[in-house]
Design a protein around this ligand. Structure first.
Ligand code: AG3
Length: 283
């Protein structure tokens, strides 16, 4: 569906006929991995485009518009994030941003699809050395199983998955949130990408409700991500005495960021009326 030979464009079709697309110079390849269909394109204006099961994962030019808001708000709100778990994120962008924090001693990344990692390493300018960092421990495993079985504790858990439909569905279940809560340290933060509020409304509200049943506090924020139906949603779950509305400006100043603005952290929580109404309607 996605690649239109005649137009030389890749278009991601969301529910209700909503589309987001890029003009492409060429299709670099397409393959079926053990878990999903992987396509790679060279776009006209945004570098390479990585697609999984027909959905845009990233474009090289602008991927930071996703990885910055996914990583830095939670890392800067936590008082001392030393142990971080990333579930998914095979391209290495999330790992790269996590490792920019000097407090991090260990960053464990659990990606189910080895092929996504290998192809990203070979073709994409995204990980930029993150996989070789001595603090990084990368494993190929099912994140649901890993989190259920691990005896480790984490200060921050980041879920960088595909959409809450299909293979990643379990990552949005109450059961999964419970095992995440259990594996967070006394003070812990959990963040997940959570889709589009107007295209995956039910999935988002279900996830929000399930998170509210598990975490001590839950926050919603959205961010304009290049390549996704804009704005994109993120859900944050808090365990214990951590205030997600406040961040450490001293540490923030050491990071050079382009999209997420720590000085305006509070603006993350502004949302259109219909979104607030939808969230307030969940009980
Ligand atoms: N993780 C995928 C976010 C979901 C995108 N969904 C969509 N386009 N329908 C991104 C991987 C980047 N590390």
């Amino acid at each position: 569906m996605g690649f239109n030979e005649k137009e030389r464009a890749f278009i991601e079709w969301y529910p209700r006929g909503y589309g987001v697309g890029f003009k492409v110079k060429e299709k670099l390849f397409e393959t079926q991995t053990k878990y999903q269909r992987l396509e790679l394109y060279e776009t006209e204006g945004f570098g390479k485009l990585l697609v999984l099961d027909g959905t845009v994962q990233l474009v090289e030019v602008g991927e930071e518009s996703y990885h910055e808001p996914l990583v830095h708000p939670v890392m800067l709100a936590h008082p001392n994030p030393r142990r971080v778990l990333i579930i998914g994120g095979g391209d290495g962008g999330t790992l790269r941003e996590v490792l920019r924090h000097e407090t991090v001693e260990r960053a464990i990344m659990v990606e189910i699809d080895e092929m996504v990692m290998e192809i990203s390493k070979l073709y994409l300018n995204v990980a930029r050395g993150a996989f070789e960092d001595p603090r990084a421990e990368v494993m190929v495993d099912d994140g649901v199983k890993y989190l259920r079985e691990t005896e480790e504790q984490f200060d921050v858990i980041i879920v960088d998955s595909t959409d809450p439909v299909g293979p990643a569905k379990l990552l949005f279940s109450e059961e999964f949130y419970r095992s995440a809560y259990e594996k967070l340290s006394e003070k812990g933060l959990y963040i997940t990408q959570a889709g589009s509020v107007y295209l995956f409304t039910n999935e988002l509200l279900d996830a929000y409700r399930a998170m509210k049943n598990v975490f001590d506090r839950v926050y919603y924020f959205s961010f304009p991500v290049i390549g996704y139906a804009s704005p994109w949603s993120f859900l944050v779950g808090v365990k214990g005495d951590v205030d997600f509305t406040k961040i450490d400006m001293e540490r923030a100043k050491k990071l050079e960021l382009y999209y997420y603005d720590p000085e305006r952290h509070e603006t993350l929580f502004q949302m259109p009326k219909y979104v607030r109404d939808l969230l307030e309607g969940t009980q």
